[in-house]
Design a protein around this ligand. Structure first.
Ligand code: IVH
Length: 671
């Protein structure tokens, strides 16, 4: 981007295009080309220019993704073409019947081509573009009328505010439908934050996506990392596809996100293979799905088939077996978390749910227990959603025997006998004792967890022993452990003690984002911690921050800034950070001088196996290097993943140093 600095209009235009391209790379293709810090700089410059030149304001500007004024209620949007629902099939036989019906209806004999897709478990929306500009977003509602969520969907980064006309002219009007989802990992983060804030948890990723989208204050939507996958069309004026597959390809060319797992199938045989594969991959997928959707590929055939009772004849949802089971609640146990929140947990008669034995389930909070009328001894329906904690869907009051009883939250903390209180407007009860061992245990476990300091061997039982014996009273105490103290514990040999100490020692070198995440500051999940680490040089730097500075950090809004300021203002927290530093924990900042890649430009090509692109780029930055998206003479190192293509060829032509993913990880000391 070489716009002259004295021509604000063209600099603004250039920045908008550049940021939109990076949004596309990051949120649609999952292949960022620049670091978060560089992105933040571009955005900050654009905000500055738009402030100085309000005459160039534009609702399609990437700065408009923040969510403006809260609405009083949602307007109604009438869908030009009704948003239908799908008929279900639960077996191969039913899918074959679906095909039979199509053949009979069309009097058709030859093979039928299908597109097989994941059935995403989110909330259905319609997004409208006119001449390539985002003009409206709505929910499905009852199919005929939905809610106007234009402002909310504008905050979703995978919703382009302008379509790309680079590969294909944009239609005059495009109504595209899709599913808004919250990835599983983000769902857990959002829930953890809600608990910390005293708000009720969402039971599953679907509810959290719906709840996040349908916010009258779109700024709240903006703070939730929602994603959109496009999967069907309303009216399209100015583009004609022959097949659904072609329509999906056109969407991708316009910069809309479609699911890369979608598959063109020549027959039901191919569809069945897809169903099997997706079923096996289900748990590992980053989002929740509850089956596959099979659609006749030819749009001409779709038109001829039409619909019956609000469902198209040309599509069917082949659902997975629900991961639900019935069992009985033996007991309800109050469990104290890291922030002192006490959650009622149901101890269940063990039951197999989708291949996994479940013996406990979260009841979330007392309001939920009362609303669902769940009692000790009740027969209940439990559901497991992927790797998300199982939850109780409902009780069966008509099966009660009279021996069941209502659960009451104890007045004292079940762990330390401290005071339990429920603050106004909160659904949670909390233990108010700051040195409650349960809180310390949870904080230690969070500190040691994979996404924080990643200390192997510091499991639940060990943490419990360390806290119960008073050996560890805060995070810094971990760094004073020695072999003698450890071997005196139950089930702890010399070798395991040494391994654990080595892990603890290694964590002293963790990166700043992990350190900040590990501190367990309310609202500071992995994503926010990364954004903070890209902005601040050190933990001390963060301790000295101001609201103004925090608000400059990407993803940090007023609420997050407030809780971080609350954290840094608390002398106990400051003392803890200081004790950690005294104990030798020196988190590495993202721009490390003297890092292993100091001053080097690195290009990744092909797909990486053991780290994501983003992680790999973060590693480069941490080691003082920068990443580039294309190969040129100025590049120092090319990391070739699997199926590396043209970039690799070019690197060879230029005689650049090329290494494999393993070599790269070894180079930066990760292997
Ligand atoms: S196509 C008429 N494709 O499932 C067909 N829907 O019961 C329109 N859904 O409300 C939908 N994943 O939101 C389609 N790959 C997919 C889908 C999908 C999830 C939802 C959709 C709809 C519901 C239909």
């Amino acid at each position: 981007m070489a716009a002259p600095k004295d021509d604000p209009a063209s600099e603004i235009r250039g920045l908008r295009e550049e940021i939109a391209r990076h949004d596309f790379q990051y949120y649609v293709l999952d292949q960022p080309e620049i670091s978060d810090a560089e992105y933040d700089r571009l955005l900050a410059r654009l905000v500055e220019l738009e402030k100085a030149h309000p005459e160039h304001a534009d609702p399609s500007s990437p700065t408009q993704r923040v969510g403006g004024q809260a609405a009083e209620k949602f307007g109604i949007v009438r869908h030009t073409v009704p948003m239908l629902s799908l008929a279900n099939a639960t077996s191969r036989g039913e899918v074959e019947e679906f095909e039979e019906r199509i053949r009979r209806f069309l009097k058709l004999e030859g093979p039928i081509e299908y597109v097989a897709e994941c059935k995403l478990d989110g909330i259905a929306v319609e997004v409208v573009y006119e001449d390539g500009r985002y003009v409206q977003g709505s929910t499905r509602g009852d199919g005929a009328n939905g809610e106007d969520v234009t402002a909310n969907l504008r905050t979703v980064r995978s919703v382009p505010l302008r379509l790309s006309a680079r590969e294909r002219p944009v239609p005059r009007r495009l109504e595209v439908r899709g599913e808004v989802i919250l990835p599983k990992e983000k769902f857990l983060e959002v829930n953890a934050e809600r608990v910390a804030r005293g708000e009720p948890e969402f039971a599953n990723p679907r509810n959290s996506a719906a709840g996040s989208l349908r916010q009258l204050d779109a700024r709240i939507t903006a703070s939730r990392p929602l994603e959109l996958f496009c999967h069907s069309a309303g009216i399209v004026d100015g583009f004609e596809a022959r097949t659904h597959w072609e329509f999906l390809a056109a969407c991708a060319e316009w910069g809309l996100r479609t699911n890369p797992r979608n598959r063109l199938c020549r027959s039901l045989e191919d569809v069945a293979a897809f169903y099997g594969e997706i079923g096996r991959a289900r748990d590992a997928l980053p989002y929740e799905i509850d089956g596959t959707v099979i659609k006749v590929n030819s749009l001409e055939l779709q038109r001829r088939l039409g619909e019956v009772s609000r469902s198209p004849r040309w599509a069917v949802a082949w659902k997975f077996r629900p991961r639900q089971a019935e069992t009985r609640i033996q007991e309800i146990v109050p469990s104290v978390g890291r922030t002192g929140v006490i959650t009622p947990i149901a101890a269940l008669d063990p039951v197999a749910v989708g291949g996994v034995t479940v013996s406990s389930a979260s009841l979330h909070n007392m309001d939920e227990v009362r609303r669902k009328d769940i009692r000790v001894g009740d027969e209940v329906l439990v559901e497991r959603a992927g790797d998300v904690i199982p939850y109780v869907v409902q009780s069966f009051p008509d099966r009660r025997t009279g021996r069941e009883h209502v659960f009451e939250m104890p007045a004292e903390c079940p762990v330390c006998r401290g005071n339990v209180e429920r603050r106004e407007n909160e659904v949670y009860y909390r233990c108010t004792n700051p040195s409650c061992p349960a809180k310390i245990e949870q904080r230690l476990r969070h500190w040691a967890s994979k996404s924080a300091m990643s200390i192997d061997g510091l499991g639940e039982k060990l943490v419990a022993q360390l806290v119960a014996r008073g050996i560890v009273r805060d995070l810094a105490d971990l760094y004073r452990l020695d072999v003698d103290r450890l071997v005196a514990l139950e089930r702890m040999g010399k070798k395991s003690a040494e391994n654990l100490l080595a892990g603890i020692e290694q964590s002293k070198q963790a990166t700043l984002d992990r350190f900040l995440h590990g501190l367990g500051i309310r609202h500071v999940g992995e994503t926010t911690a990364r954004a903070l680490a890209a902005h601040y040089e050190s933990a001390d730097d963060l301790l000295a921050t101001t609201e103004e500075e925090l608000l400059e950090v990407r993803d940090v809004g007023k609420e997050v800034a407030r809780t971080i300021l609350e954290y840094v203002a608390n002398p106990e927290n400051r003392a803890e950070v200081e004790r950690l530093q005294e104990a030798g924990v020196r988190p590495r900042t993202s721009t490390r001088r003297g890092g292993k890649l100091s001053g080097k430009r690195v290009v990744f090509t092909g797909s990486l196996g053991s780290v994501t692109r983003q992680e790999a780029q973060a590693i480069v930055e941490r080691e003082g290097g920068t990443t580039a998206s294309s190969v040129s003479k100025s590049v120092d190192l090319v990391v070739a993943g699997e199926a590396a293509g043209s970039k690799l060829k070019k690197a060879a032509e230029l005689g650049l140093r090329v290494v494999s993913e393993e070599e790269f990880l070894a180079l930066v000391g990760r292997r």
